[in-house]
Write a protein that binds this ligand. Sequence first.
Ligand code: FES
Length: 164
Amino acid sequence: MQRPDGPPHPPWSPERTREIARGRRDEPGPLLPILHDLLAEFGYVDPGAVPVVADVLNLSRAEVHGVVTFYKDFRTTPPAAVTIAVCRAEACQAVGARELAAYASDRLGLSFGQTSPDGSVHLTEVYCLGNCALGPSVMVNGQLIGRVDGQLFDALFGPVRGGA
Ligand code: FES
């Protein structure tokens, strides 16, 4: 089993942002697709992207900013290097997910929904990862891991410390 890696996103760049925006500017309603592309590329929508996209689409910065801030999917800060999502749905709950969730929170020093101050780890909850037969299930940077107990959690995340 692999240890969690960092996210595959390159650092944000205005040049790449302009390229992405130009690639879609002639489509109908291009703003949302462009923002989704930026999210996929960089993992977030950097505030510096707002004037670039506004310029390419001939919109005001306020218009672009308004859309970015309206949809909570468009995070404006880089994602944590490691995102740990613990399944808290029923099937996993039945095989120890509640205990695992408490253990994970305690070991990382983070509440669910929290990111460590250094941005290295984010702890979140999900409701079913489609891996119910192998619960408790955890998703780490998109990689699904089953039958996670405290021992496996420590083996995976021993060096990862969030808050505390
Ligand atoms: S309930 Fe956890 S993976 Fe389905």
